[in-house]
Design a protein around this ligand. Structure first.
Ligand code: NAD
Length: 492
């Protein structure tokens, strides 16, 4: 055991608890390569404890609370996040190696989601439905779906958790969270704030754990009513299977291979900035990374030149330094995967415009911002999610070809259109099979706007008004008005 480490315990029933048998593991700071926290390694027994606690809260004071009361608690929580934003951002960076300024920015944005969904809590209304049956009054009611399992990845732990927690709690559910084994600390720190805000014990529980076992135990738990998952397609598939076994509700936010389409009339400076933000921010470790650049052949050399020049001047290094523009990859597995893609692209005959190498002098898991051209259409760099700072460029000649290339992927998370032609902008956006399309911009999100994927990028949407009803069941109530005895063999 290493001394001087931050201690991260499970959070069950409104307080910290050690894992069953006192098991733990160490969380590594990807910049220093050293352990900085000791984290409880939750077992199936711990998961069971957490689910029981969530179920008890549902049947206790939380279940008895009114929607406006839930809304007030979410608003109070938002204030506490604002107070502790610095610490939460720091812990996200220690765990993930992502830039402190990006993680702090994300944490400072979280209150917007809690306030938006807190405000929505008492605005989900049932309906009185006019039917063709005059002797019936029919109305609907919404009630919480029950105990929710929220499983999150390592790239933006608190933001992606908030997209689940805020609507789930506004809807009246209780939650058991399983953060990524690489980034557990900020989630436990956030859980403490729920208690401080006055949420009853057991409404939000966290089970940390190393490897797939903890998440698997949670998805397979028979008393979990809904699973909200963000992560890779491989794990998403097994989560969906587990949910199907007992017909649990499931939403999946999975990977992407998003295309930025740049037409010949675009503002190339703005487009270059958008392309750089889309693929090199967060070292490309975001689901919405714009990892394919589809550019009109007439401006391809100029745009690629601009992007490559800026890529070469990106300040890579210490994620806690405010001048740094790109940090390391988040873990060893991710680093190895990106290096494998470099080798594969070379073998496929790609032109390495810039990058394509690790940065050994920085130590840790650093790679150079990379731009690739001349890739075969079926190459891995053009078809697979790399989740690293690797841009693959494909020139096109016509609008139809650009749309066909953009849609020529099993994913459908995001995309962009860069042009000054307003007709072409909207026309192209409406042809993209993607859950979010930005026109002359990239990588903007807001609590009011649905986010999620077509095709292999997932099932369902997070954020937006509809997200709250995804955590509720609808009951239709039929009231017989005539009071007469009905024919038992006639429907209705
Ligand atoms: P991952 O799929 O490896 O892990 C995600 C979570 O699932 C982690 O908490 C992990 O511990 C847990 N898990 C692992 N095995 C499990 C199992 N068998 N059963 C249940 N849970 C299990 O993903 P990752 O590597 O942490 O994150 C990167 C991936 O997430 C990328 O593919 C990325 O595109 C995707 N992502 C998607 C979005 C989106 O909104 N669409 C956002 C961010 C990241």
């Amino acid at each position: 055991m290493t001394a001087g480490l931050e201690e991260i315990e499970l959070y069950i029933g409104g307080g910290p608890v050690p894992a069953d048998g006192g098991r733990n593991y160490e969380s590594i700071d990807p910049y220093t390569g050293h352990a900085w926290a000791r984290v409880a390694d939750g077992s199936a027994a711990d998961v069971d404890r957490a689910v029981r606690s969530a179920r008890a809260a549902l049947g206790g004071p939380w279940g008895a609370m009114t929607a406006p009361e839930r809304g007030k608690l979410l608003d109070r929580l938002a204030g506490l996040i604002e107070r502790d934003a610095e610490l939460l951002g720091e812990w996200e960076t220690r765990d993930s190696g992502k830039l402190l300024r990006e993680m702090s920015g994300q944490v400072r944005a979280l209150p917007e989601w809690y306030r938006y969904f807190g405000g929505l809590a008492d605005k989900v209304q049932g309906e009185v439905i006019p039917t063709g049956k005059p002797n019936f009054l029919v109305y609907t009611q919404h009630e919480p779906v029950g105990v929710v399992a929220a499983i999150t990845p390592w790239n933006s732990p608190l933001l992606l958790l908030t997209w689940k927690l805020a609507p789930a709690l506004a809807a009246g559910c209780t939650v058991v969270v399983k953060p990524s084994d690489h980034t557990p600390s900020s989630t436990v720190a956030l859980a403490r704030l729920f208690t401080e805000a006055g949420f009853p014990p057991g409404v939000v529980n966290v089970v940390t754990g190393w490897g797939p076992e903890t998440g698997r135990a949670l998805t397979e738990h028979p008393d979990v009513d809904k699973i909200a998952f963000t992560g890779s397609n491989e794990v998403g598939r097994s989560v969906a299977h587990a949910a199907a076994e007992r017909f649990a509700r499931v939403t999946l936010e999975l990977g992407g291979k998003s295309a930025q389409i740049v037409f010949e009339d675009a503002d190339l400076e703005a487009a270059a900035n958008g392309v750089i933000a889309g693929i090199f921010a967060a070292a490309g470790q975001t689901c919405m990374a714009g990892s394919r650049l589809l550019v009109h052949a007439s401006v391809a050399d100029e745009l690629v030149g601009r992007v490559a020049a800026r890529a070469e001047s990106i300040v890579v290094g210490d994620p806690t330094d405010a001048r740094t523009e790109m940090g390391p990859l988040a873990n060893e597995r991710q680093f190895a995967k990106v290096l494998e893609h470099f080798r594969d692209a070379r073998a496929a005959g790609a032109t390495i415009v810039t990058g394509g190498e690790p940065i050994p002098e920085l130590g840790g898991y650093f790679v150079r911002p990379t731009v690739l051209r001349d890739l075969p259409s079926d190459s891995r760099a053009l078809t697979e999610e790399i989740f690293g700072p690797v841009l693959s460029v494909v020139p096109f000649e016509t609008e139809d070809e650009a749309v066909r290339l953009a849609n020529g992927t099993r994913f459908g998370l995001a995309g962009s259109v860069w042009t000054r032609d307003i007709h072409r902008a909207h026309r192209t956006a409406s042809r993209l099979r993607a859950g979010s399309v930005w026109i002359n911009a990239y990588r903007t999100v807001a609590p009011q706007v649905p986010f999620g994927g077509f095709g292999a990028s997932g099932i369902g949407r997070e954020s937006g008004i509809g997200a709250i009803t995804d955590y509720q069941e609808t009951r239709s109530v039929w009231v017989e008005l005539s009071g007469e005895t009905r024919d038992p063999f006639t429907l209705g």
